[in-house]
Design a protein around this ligand. Structure first.
Ligand SMILES: Nc1ncnc2c1ncn2[C@@H]1O[C@H](COP(=O)(O)OP(=O)(O)OP(=O)(O)O)[C@@H](O)[C@H]1O
Length: 932
């Protein structure tokens, strides 16, 4: 047999250099490890991922078990049934002494291969991928007793060299991650007789498999998930699981595993990057600097120790054991069938035939990097089993997976971190507020105490001084009065008793007078002293008065301090309000990012070509295809959440925010909300429509114009909103925006909004009167097909309403479209190659043609030929028939066609116009078919 499936030398499957360049896939440095992934790019560059992943073929290694003691004796005279050529990565399966088949594998491991080498070539590349955020599977398949459990599950506690893949994989994982930021957790299950049991909690024995229809990810949420903090606890878990695993003594293996064991290792890593921060600028203004959700990569390693494949007669199974063997064989053959189907690129892969294949859905044909080790024994007695194992491995080598990075934005942690920061700021604000209040109270109290103390002191001193002065004064007066009385008394008695005196007596009297004068002088001195005392007391009083006014001044200063503190408190309150506003913006930004990420993810999941759609593009899409807006439950949830968390009023108030970024952001959010029909009424009621119209007027930013016009276009789908838009001068605002805009997408939004208004019967005259049709026609200058399609739609809507009004008799006279000069553009674009434009124009022409008042202009404007063409060539039967009916029922058209038939012969016309001219009218149209 020719070598098959080999020769890739461990390349990652087909080379596809056309992959979108995005991010490198894992690149391994050790060239010896041939099972490691290698760069895909043919130009020698690195492999990049895209949304659908990169192709990665299942790697297959074959491992030969050494002869066991029984085989050493029983097969002593026979050669091994296989011969290995590891350097050529070949295995020869002996058919007989002279003939053998050769097979190539990704790696050929002889009976001497160490456990370390087996780990490095089979599992290490997969483990490295898992650490980088990919899913990976390592699986062992082979006949009972050939060493699957030995390869995968040996704990190697006595002999570290014997450690199997599970133990070594966890060692590498723990060494690579940081338990501070990353986490690793495991589930350990067994699939026994089509039932999944938790090996870490055996009572839990009916675990369901859950498949994510979008990503194809398989999970078992019912299984215990144990976080691993160190190697020892992991080994304990393996030991615990192993103890619960079903094992039986079969003919081939005394410790034969009768179940498939599945170890799932979930590795969650945070990709290093900036955390969102609120920074402080100018001391008190909090500005959102970084609003970037951290990225988490979630890799999952699945290690599968399959139950042994053997023929029932060989395993010597009976009774229950026979049932076990049947169940094992059933699941293994289901796995084989899936691998066959995948290897042959069959459209149907029978994944649902067994739980094993459902569990391994991601490992074969899915997004995981998969490495399979097939184990074989040397004994010629089991050549048949060995052959079928080898064939299984060969087919598995043909299976191609699309290896995909499992990376997502960690919105939860972003939200958590913002919440924490918000909480900190709120707490800090509260603390400051309390400190201010306390300080104000303390200062007020202190000032009051000081004032009352000074007042008390002053009153006391004043009273004391007053009393003292009063007392001194009274005493002095009393003394003076007494002295005066005494003097007077002395003088009087002398006069009465002595009569006229002699000279001696006169001398005595003069002496007495002298002493009285002295006394008076003395009294005067005393009076002077008293006067001085009084002066001093008065000075003291004025001093005290000064002191009092000083205290009053400091009281006023204290009051000013209090006012200052109150002002600071007010500032803080304003700051808090501002902060709350910023939080609202932040939350809306978060929702917007989440919304955009969902959109992007959806688009990527759909594998649509072209650029990634953001929220605005999604809005544009919704304007074009409003029926799609119910498609995403996640989107609805985001919008509902936005309403809930931020509140419509808050969002609308942000439309007038000072910061231009905030305004742009808010208008995007409103536009997204307006795309949802259920929100439209709320938006209009809350004044959103008015705000959006005002933005057209007040803002000079083109993005704002574009998004606001998009939102208005969405709101204009509703009849009552159409009247409101008109009532609020919407047409002139939209016309003004149309006149100034250059971006085709802005024009498209404005044209879309006017086109919606054109479809309202009641608004026809007003719309035209305010320049709506002229504005529409003005936008054709852009030449962009999307803009032209909206213009054509508006014209078709307008023509339809006009036609209805003419039929009902509420309108007379020529079409306002013709009045406003739309006919040349209509004729020119009636056969436009863009079907959206052509379809609308054809409809508009049919509507115009239904009324005799328009027919003359249509004939002179060249529209008749287009009508004839539509009646023959239009792909839509209803329009074709309408055109035909119109032509055959209009006397003017019929007369013109007849005139033409008479005027020029068919041959002449053909010659004049040429057979390929769009205006060329075939002879049969003029001469027959009801036109004659
Ligand atoms: N490479 C090897 N070197 C030495 N001994 C080995 C090797 N492979 C397997 N053995 C021994 O062979 C016996 C069977 O191995 P093991 O139980 O791993 O087989 P198995 O394929 O898991 O069997 P089953 O499918 O029945 O569970 C064990 O005693 C094991 O120690």
């Amino acid at each position: 047999m020719a070598a098959s499936g080999g020769g890739y030398n461990y390349r990652n499957g087909n080379q596809r250099s056309s992959l979108k360049v995005d991010k490198p896939l894992s690149v391994n440095s050790n060239p010896k490890n041939s099972l490691k992934s290698k760069p895909l790019s043919s130009s020698g560059g690195v492999v990049r991922r895209n949304s659908t992943g990169v192709p990665g073929r299942v790697r297959v290694a074959v491992r030969l078990r050494p002869r066991n003691s029984e085989e050493l004796v029983a097969d002593a005279d026979f050669a091994d049934c296989v011969e290995l050529q590891p350097e050529l990565k070949r295995l020869k399966l002996r058919k007989n002494n002279w003939d053998s088949d050769t097979f190539e594998f990704d790696e050929v491991l002889t009976e001497f291969a160490s456990q370390k080498r087996v780990y490095e070539v089979v599992a290490k590349p997969v483990v490295e991928s898992v650490l980088e955020g990919y899913n990976g599977t390592v699986m062992a398949y082979g006949q009972t007793g050939t060493g699957k459990t030995y390869t995968l599950g040996r704990l190697g506690e006595e002999d570290t060299a014997a450690r199997g893949i599970m133990v070594r994989a966890m060692e590498d994982i723990l060494a690579d991650i940081s338990l501070e930021t990353d986490s690793v957790s495991v589930s350990y299950l067994q699939l026994y007789m089509e039932t999944i049991q938790d090996l870490l909690d055996p009572a839990n024995d009916n675990i369901a498999i859950v498949e994510d229809p979008k990503t194809g990810d398989v999970s078992v949420p019912g299984a215990s998930l144990i976080e691993i903090m160190d190697q020892q606890s992991f080994v304990e878990l393996l030991r615990l699981g192993e103890a619960h695993r079903f094992a039986a003594n079969t003919k081939l293996n005394t410790e034969s595993s009768r179940s498939h064991a599945i170890l799932m290792v979930h590795v969650k890593r945070h990709v290093k990057g900036k955390d969102p921060t609120l920074s402080s600028e100018n001391g008190n203004s909090h500005v959102v600097k970084n609003l970037k959700a951290p990225i988490v990569r979630k890799g999952k390693l699945v290690v599968v120790d399959l139950a042994g494949s053997e023929r029932i007669d060989k395993s010597g199974s009976e009774g229950h054991t026979l049932e076990e063997a049947k169940s094992i064989n059933l699941s293994l053959s289901a796995l084989g069938n899936c691998i066959n189907a995948l290897a042959e690129n069959s459209t149907h892969v029978p994944v649902r035939d067994s739980k094993l294949t459902r569990l391994l859905r991601d490992s074969f044909g899915g997004t995981a990097r998969t490495s399979l080790v097939i184990t074989i024994g040397p004994s010629p007695r089991h050549r048949g089993e060995t052959t079928s194992t080898i064939m299984f491995g060969q087919r598995a080598m043909k299976v191609e997976n699309m290896v995909k990075l499992k990376e997502e934005f960690d919105y939860k942690s972003l939200s958590r971190s913002l919440d924490t920061q918000l909480d900190k700021l709120i707490a800090e604000h509260e603390r400051q507020q309390k400190a201010f209040k306390d300080e104000i109270e303390r200062l007020t109290l202190e000032a009051q105490n000081q004032i009352s103390e000074v007042e008390g002191n002053y009153a006391d001193s004043l009273e004391k001084e007053r009393l003292k002065y009063q007392k001194d004064y009274m005493e002095s007066i009393k003394k003076l009065e007494q002295q005066l009385m005494m003097t007077q008394r002395n003088c009087g008695s002398e006069k009465i008793t002595n009569g006229p005196k002699d000279d001696g007596a006169k001398v005595t009297s003069n002496k007495e007078n002298l002493s009285a004068i002295e006394e008076v002088v003395e009294l005067k001195k005393q009076l002077q002293k008293e006067t001085n005392l009084r002066k001093a007391a008065e000075e003291e009083v004025s001093n005290l008065k000064n002191q009092l006014s000083q205290w009053k001044r400091s009281e006023a200063a204290g009051n000013a301090e209090i006012l200052k503190l109150q002002k600071m408190l007010e500032d803080e309150t304003q700051q808090k309000d501002k902060l709350e506003g910023e939080i609202a913006v932040l939350q809306s930004q978060l929702m917007q990012i989440s919304f955009e990420a969902d959109e992007t993810r959806k688009r990527l999941d759909l594998n649509e070509p072209g650029r990634t759609l953001g929220g605005m593009d999604s809005l544009i899409d919704q304007v074009r295809h409003p029926q799609q807006k119910d498609s995403g439950n996640e989107e609805k949830a985001s919008i509902a959440k936005l309403f809930e968390q931020v509140g419509l009023q808050k969002i609308l108030s942000l439309l007038e925010a000072e910061d231009a970024d905030v305004r742009i952001h808010a208008v995007k959010v409103v536009a997204n909300l307006a795309a949802e029909e259920s929100n439209q009424e709320k938006i209009v009621q809350a004044g959103g429509l008015t705000s959006l119209l005002m933005l057209l007027k007040s803002s000079e930013d083109e993005t704002i114009h574009r998004v606001a016009a998009g939102a208005i276009a969405n709101l204009a789908m509703n009849e009552s909103n159409q009247e409101l838009i008109m009532a609020q001068g919407g047409i002139s605002l939209l016309s003004m925006t149309a006149a100034n805009a250059e971006d085709p997408q802005t024009l498209r939004m404005v044209a879309g909004a006017i086109a919606n208004l054109c479809g309202n019967d009641k608004l026809q005259t007003k719309l035209r009167g305010e320049g709506g049709i002229k504005a529409l026609l003005g936008m054709v200058r852009s030449g962009h097909p999307d803009v032209l399609a909206q213009v054509a739609r508006g014209i078709a809507n307008f023509a339809k309403c006009e036609s209805r009004a003419s039929t009902q008799g509420t309108k007379s006279g020529r079409s306002l479209l013709i009045e406003d000069g739309a006919l040349p553009w209509i004729v020119q674009n009636a056969n436009n190659e863009a079907s959206a434009i052509k379809r609308h124009i054809e409809l508009a022409l049919c509507h115009l043609a239904q009324h005799e008042v328009n027919t003359r202009d249509m004939i002179t404007g060249g529209a008749l030929w287009e009508l004839v063409r539509i009646s023959r060539d239009c792909s839509r039967e209803d329009i074709r028939n309408l055109a035909h009916r119109t032509l055959t029922s209009s006397p003017t058209f019929l007369a013109e066609l007849r005139r033409l038939r008479n005027a020029v012969s068919y041959q002449t016309m053909k010659m004049l116009l040429g057979p390929t001219s769009p205006s060329f009218v075939p002879a049969e149209v003029i001469s027959c078919g009801g036109f004659s």
